[in-house]
Structures are given as structure tokens and as C-alpha cells.
Design a protein around this ligand. Structure first.
Ligand code: 4NP
Length: 159
């Protein structure tokens, strides 16, 4: 019998830059390793401001240059996400605080994790919001999330 899929949700503020990229990178890693039967991956935003929007054009271009094609449409986090998903990753401390305020039980709070903890080599405290900055911010986010997703998948597969 097929074991239950591990369900992973990536969360950022707008769900148009960081979390849809993490979702896309993780899906590609899972596909490349032939693990699609084992994982279900999605992303969502704290805000509903961009609901239904494609990912930010700048992020789609930069990610496309690395072979990541982001097709996700923005959606806000819902309370039911805390029941559906096993692991929920925020990109910065405000994301974590906002997620903690949506969670209603200790079990739900225990699902929340920091994506930056999976790429410590960058010496950053968060996966920084690139929205109001320049091109280099998008490149940094891609660099960080490539490493973090790879480390996360290795951890999941080796435990
Ligand atoms: P994200 O970036 O959280 O990585 O999707 C942002 C996108 C939109 C806004 C802020 C951050 N915004 O304020 O609209």
C-alpha cells in the first residue's frame, strides 16, 4: 500500500516572490529524484492582496534563467492549511509570528519552521523580502532557496 504523502507548505508575505519559488524548486527536486509519489507541495501568502496573481514578473524571469518555471497563482494561507499540511515553512520572523497567530493548537504550531534554518551557510536571519529591492535581492533569494530546498529534501529522505 502506498504510504501517505508528506505535505509541505511554503509561506511568505505576498505569495508572489519567495514562497512560489520555494514551491517550484522543491517540486523540481522531487520530480528530478523520482519522488513525486511521496510529496505534496504548495505555497501561500500571509496577505490576500495578490490573490489569483501570477508570481512577480522579476522573480519569474530570474527563476526562468535557472530553469524554474513558476506557474503558481497567489493564494492566502487558510486555517485549514494547518490541518492539511505536515510542515509549514515561513521565510522571515514576521511570517513565523503571523503563522503562529493563525495556528490554533500546539500541534499546529509545531508544524511551523523557518526556511533560513536550512541554508545557514548564507549567515542570514531570514530569506529576505526582495519585493521593494533590486535585482540582486531576487538572485539572493534564488541562491538561498536552492540550498534550503536541497537540504530540506535530504533531511526528509534521510530520516
Ligand atoms: P513575497 O514578496 O512575500 O516574497 O511574495 C512580497 C510581495 C508583495 C508584497 C510584499 C512582499 N507586497 O507588499 O505587496
Amino acid at each position: 500500500m502506498e504510504s501517505q504523502k508528506k505535505k509541505i507548505l511554503f509561506v511568505c508575505l505576498g505569495n508572489i516572490c519567495r514562497s512560489p519559488l520555494a514551491d517550484t524548486i522543491m517540486n523540481k527536486l522531487v520530480e528530478d529524484k523520482g519522488l513525486t509519489e511521496k510529496y505534496e507541495i504548495d505555497s501561500a501568502g500571509i496577505l490576500d492582496y495578490h490573490e489569483g496573481d501570477k508570481a512577480d514578473y522579476r522573480m519569474r524571469c530570474k527563476a526562468g534563467d535557472r530553469g524554474y518555471y513558476i506557474t503558481h497563482l497567489s493564494r492566502p494561507v487558510e486555517k485549514s492549511d494547518f490541518e492539511k499540511f505536515d510542515l509549514i515553512f515561513g521565510m522571515d520572523d514576521q511570517n513565523i509570528r503571523d503563522l503562529e497567530s493563525i495556528a490554533t493548537t500546539d500541534e499546529q504550531r509545531s508544524k511551523i519552521h523557518r526556511m533560513v534554518d536550512y541554508c545557514p551557510s548564507f549567515g542570514r536571519k531570514s530569506v529576505p523580502d526582495p519585493y521593494y529591492g533590486g535585482e540582486e535581492g531576487f538572485t539572493l533569494v534564488i541562491d538561498m532557496l536552492e540550498v534550503a530546498c536541497s537540504n530540506l529534501l535530504n533531511e526528509l529522505e534521510n530520516n
